[in-house]
Design a protein around this ligand. Structure first.
Ligand SMILES: Cc1cc2nc3c(=O)[nH]c(=O)nc-3n(C[C@H](O)[C@H](O)[C@H](O)COP(=O)(O)O)c2cc1C
Length: 456
């Protein structure tokens, strides 16, 4: 995240942690170079609009522990990092609830050009009441209604990215004085429940057109959305059996949506602490734990579920309460008895992602086993002490994975989409976005935008 702390709270206070430098461009430039050295597919940047103010009904702890506050706009980082890398992808989170589809599509279309097709969008709808107050809205929309709005938002984005300009519209022909062929640029029309738009998109076709689509919906409505649209799905979970169930469900739902199971890549979030040997890794973990803040993790969790967890005694079962925040996380209180002590034990490094600790060999073996047992495609690796944890993973774990033939030894060519799916730069014909393509110019004749009749 473009912030000090992200998921593993408290580690910012570790003497070797440099995440307090997040507002310096060099911090990100170095990070991008590091990740490309390690042949990472991409850097995923999470984001929230709003602040974590549910725990203890305020933001004191949030400010003291820097729990994603301050946090800055993630998209601003991308051009600088793209300029020092050739292959690293950038998955940027944008909450669509506070964007207009047009301005958003334009920003990401522009980034797809500047990164030469290395941009992805993590589609989120938000879960914080504090955001609603900041934006001047009346309160968080109903969880499922947010996904309804997301469906229309993304459909309109597809129209802009895929439907307004034909592939060969831009000629740049100096002799004939035709920069763009007017017959190949089309006005889009959209009159929906949430959005209205008419006119041509301002961005010419970019390498991928639609950015690589990431999503993490885990509720029934969220899953319906992610399996229809997403190419990369993030899931949580610490038990292989449960992860496998999620994977099977996602692939089944994708098939029901007319897609192929392999059209969706599934990544599980993990935290890794690694060193030269198992013993040194355990010692490193013990050292990290001294700085971690499980309570800050609880404050983050409170906002995720929309329930002030400070109100419950350490050994008291937290009752399920219906909220409009992250439904799938909140439902855990329905499924089993969970106390604040249970949550704190889960947050020993300040975060709730499963923790793998050991030498490069140990970690590589465990990652491979998890992949083989569950059918996931890869991992979303959280940072702990930054940038140390990135260097450790690259130096200790990646070579072990490579030796076992389970990690690439060089980048595949082309756009981020082509690197991930090895099937070209654009979304496939089975994807819902394909429906909005202007494949047949005659068919959209009525919608053509006659540039000669426009004044400016
Ligand atoms: C790995 C991962 C990363 C996520 N990143 C963000 C994020 O950056 N911003 C955000 O608002 N939500 C984020 N979420 C939450 C999801 O958008 C989603 O709300 C959550 O997974 C629950 O799904 P549901 O909304 O269908 O209940 C993330 C979830 C996961 C598993």
């Amino acid at each position: 995240m473009n912030s000090v702390g992200h998921i593993n709270h408290g580690l910012w206070a570790h003497p070797r942690d440099e995440s307090h430098r997040f507002n310096e461009l060099n911090y990100w430039i170095d990070l991008a170079k590091t990740l490309e050295r390690g042949l990472f597919d991409g850097l995923f940047i999470a984001d929230i609009t709003g602040t974590y103010d549910v725990y203890q009904n305020g933001i004191d702890l949030t400010l003291r522990e820097s729990i994603q506050l301050p946090s800055h706009d993630p998209a601003t980082l991308v051009s600088a990092m793209a300029s020092v890398t050739q292959n690293l992808g950038f998955g940027v989170t944008v909450n669509l609830s506070y964007e207009t589809p047009y301005q958003f599509a334009r920003r990401f279309g522009s980034l797809d050009h500047l990164t030469q097709g290395r941009i992805g969008w993590n589609i989120v709808t938000g879960y914080l009441d504090s955001a609603e107050r900041l934006i001047g809205q009346k309160g968080l929309k109903d969880h499922d209604l947010r996904y309804e709005q997301a469906e229309e938002f993304i459909e309109l984005c597809y129209k802009f990215w895929e439907g307004s300009w034909e592939n060969d519209a831009v000629l740049k022909d100096k002799q004939k004085r035709i920069f763009t062929d007017p017959s190949k640029v089309h006005s889009i029309q959209h009159h929906g429940r949430f959005y209205q738009s008419e006119g041509v998109f301002q961005v010419s076709p970019s390498p991928q057109r639609t950015p690589v689509l990431f999503q993490a919906g885990a509720s029934p409505r969220g899953l319906a959305f992610s399996t229809r649209h997403a190419e990369c799905v993030f899931i949580g979970g610490d038990q292989p059996e449960k992860i496998k169930q999620q994977v099977n469900k996602i692939r089944e739902l994708a098939i029901q949506q007319g897609r192929q199971p392999e059209d969706v890549k599934i990544f599980v979030g993990i935290t890794v602490v690694t060193a030269e040997t198992d013993l040194l890794a355990q010692q490193k973990l013990a050292e990290y734990i001294r700085y971690a803040s499980p309570e800050a993790g609880l404050a983050h969790y409170s906002s995720s579920v929309g329930i002030d967890l400070s109100k419950y005694a350490d050994d008291e079962a937290i009752p399920y309460q219906q909220t409009n925040s992250i439904a799938s996380v909140n439902h855990k209180f329905k499924e089993k008895k969970i106390t604040p002590n249970d949550l704190k034990a889960q947050h020993i490094l300040g975060g709730r992602y499963p923790l793998i600790v050991g030498s490069g060999e140990t970690v590589a073996e465990q990652l491979i086993q998890l992949m083989d047992e569950t059918g996931i495609d890869g991992f979303n690796l959280t940072r702990t002490v930054a940038p140390e944890s990135h260097h450790d993973f690259i130096d200790f774990v990646i070579p072990e994975l490579q030796q076992r033939g389970r990690f690439k030894t060089e980048y595949h060519q082309g756009s981020l989409r082509n690197k991930i799916f090895k099937n070209g730069d654009h979304l496939t014909a089975q994807h819902p976005a394909a429906h909005f393509r202007c494949q047949n110019p005659k068919q959209s004749k009525a919608q053509q935008f006659d540039l000669s009749k426009q004044s400016a």
